[in-house]
Design a protein. Sequence first.
Length: 207
Amino acid sequence: MNLFELVKASVTVKQAAETYGCQVGRGGMMCCLFHEDRYPSMKLNRDYFYCFGCGATGDVVDFVARLFGLSSYEAAKKLADDFGIGPDKPPAAAALKEPEYPLAHSFRRDSLYCQRVLCVYLHLLEHWKVECAPQSPNDLLDDHFVEACQMLDYVEHLLDALMFAELEQRVQAVDMLMKNGVIAALERRLHDLDKEVDANGEERTAA
């Protein structure tokens, strides 16, 4: 088996989604991360996902590639690293998590948490840069557009460091993000923005 076959034989789409912080409900349904989805419209099967809203579909490698903005090879490599999959481990054994030292387990948990929050923020910044862009030179700059212009490159750099840098650099990045609750504060802000969108939607409906 090559890397892609090993990964797809070892990890279901649902396992990957839940590992990277997605909330999967009954029947394998979740809100699609690839368009503005207020209610669950993405179905996670064992071998593939499909969104009834935007039509996004693919296997577990495609899901992770789209989630983190990676190439197919980078996504397969990330899955292999995160799930402990290698050519010397049969797929059935690879799916079973091996005992880890407490500090290593804590680092992996914190790293995945940071990646999940930053990934959601990155998708939001990309949306703001397009949807909130000024329509003419005389338009006032929207705060969300300004934030997207200022933060996009930095967030992409952080995600690259968390996923592909040497171990020492990854540890430093996680420590910096976890210190003083920086990443937790960002997660709370994203949650508050979500509630604002819901409230505005209800107000428009009422109107």
